[in-house]
Design a protein around this ligand. Structure first.
Ligand SMILES: N[C@@H](CCC(=O)N[C@@H](CS)C(=O)NCC(=O)O)C(=O)O
Length: 249
C-alpha cells in the first residue's frame, strides 16, 4: 500500500511563489511580470532578506520564488539560477544576476530613480565601502549570532571576536548617522547599506545585544520598516525549522 504520510510535508516544502509589489516610484515604468527573485528561508537566510529588501527598496515588482533550503532538489534548482549555488538570485528581462552586491549594483542601474546608491560621489564611495565590508566581513558575528527571526536569546553570551565585529558595526553606523544626518545610514533615503545591515539589526534584537542610544534608535527604525514587518510576518508562518539554531544559548 502506498504511504501518504509524507505527502503533506512534501506539499509544505514545495517552492512557494508570491508576487511582491512595493509602491511604484514616480515616473513611467514598464511592468515586467517575469522578474523573479529566488530566496530561501525567511527566518534564517540573511542574504535572502538583503536581496529581497534591495528589490523592494528599488521599487521593482517581482515574483518571489521561495525554495526550501533542506529539499534535495533545491541545490539543483539554485544551480540553474545561480552559478555559485547561493541565493538570492534575480532574473529580470532575461538577465540573471546572483550575489547580493551584484544584485544591488544591477538594481541601482535599472531603477536609478530609487537612489539605492547616494548621488554624491563621496557618499556613494562610502556606501559601497561599508556595504562591501558587510558583504565580506564580520564572520565572527555571522557565525556565532546567526539570523533567527523567531528566536529570542536574552542571556546570550557574546564572545570577544563577535563583540569586536559588533563594535566595528556600531562605529560604522555612528559615523554614517553623524555625517549624513540620518535617520537612515545615508540620510533620508534608504540605500544599499541599509539593506546590507538590516539582518544585523535583527540579530541585535534576537540576541539582545547591548547598544548605545544612537545605534539602538537606528536598529529600531530599521525593524519598524513596513517591508521588514512584512518579512517578519512571513518568517513567523514559515514551516521550516533548523533545530540546531533553535537551542537556548
Ligand atoms: N556572497 C553571497 C552569499 C549568499 C549566501 O551565502 N547564501 C546562502 C543563504 S543565506 C545560500 O544560498 N545557501 C545555500 C546553500 O548553502 O545551499 C551573496 O552575497 O549573495
Amino acid at each position: 500500500m502506498a504511504s501518504t504520510d509524507t505527502a503533506p510535508v512534501k506539499k509544505e516544502k514545495a517552492a512557494r511563489k508570491t508576487t511582491s509589489r512595493a509602491a511604484p516610484p514616480p515616473g513611467p515604468r514598464r511592468i515586467d511580470t517575469s522578474t523573479t527573485l529566488t530566496i530561501t528561508s525567511k527566518n534564517y537566510s540573511s542574504w535572502s532578506l538583503r536581496g529581497w529588501l534591495l528589490a523592494r527598496f528599488a521599487g521593482l515588482p517581482f515574483t518571489e520564488h521561495v525554495l526550501p533550503p533542506d529539499d534535495p532538489s533545491t541545490r539543483a534548482e539554485i544551480l540553474l539560477l545561480s552559478s555559485s549555488i547561493l541565493v538570492p538570485s534575480l532574473v529580470h528581462n532575461g538577465i540573471r544576476v546572483w550575489d547580493t552586491l551584484a544584485i544591488a549594483e544591477y538594481l541601482n542601474e535599472v531603477c536609478p530613480e530609487a537612489h539605492l546608491l547616494p548621488a554624491d560621489p563621496k557618499a556613494r564611495a562610502h556606501c559601497r565601502a561599508i556595504s562591501g565590508e558587510m558583504h565580506s566581513g564580520f564572520s565572527a558575528l555571522r557565525s556565532s549570532l546567526p539570523m533567527n527571526l523567531r528566536g529570542h536569546f536574552p542571556d546570550f553570551k557574546v564572545w570577544s571576536r563577535a563583540q569586536a565585529d559588533i563594535d566595528r558595526i556600531c562605529t560604522i553606523w555612528r559615523e554614517c548617522l553623524d555625517t549624513y544626518g540620518g535617520p537612515f545610514l545615508f540620510g533620508a533615503q534608504r540605500s544599499v547599506a541599509d539593506a546590507m545591515y538590516a539582518p544585523v539589526c535583527t540579530r541585535f534584537a534576537t540576541y539582545d545585544v547591548k547598544l548605545d542610544a544612537t545605534c539602538a534608535a537606528y536598529r529600531d527604525l530599521m525593524l519598524s520598516q513596513p517591508e521588514m514587518k512584512e518579512w517578519f510576518k512571513a518568517a513567523r508562518s514559515e514551516p521550516i525549522d533548523i533545530d540546531e539554531l533553535d537551542v537556548e544559548f
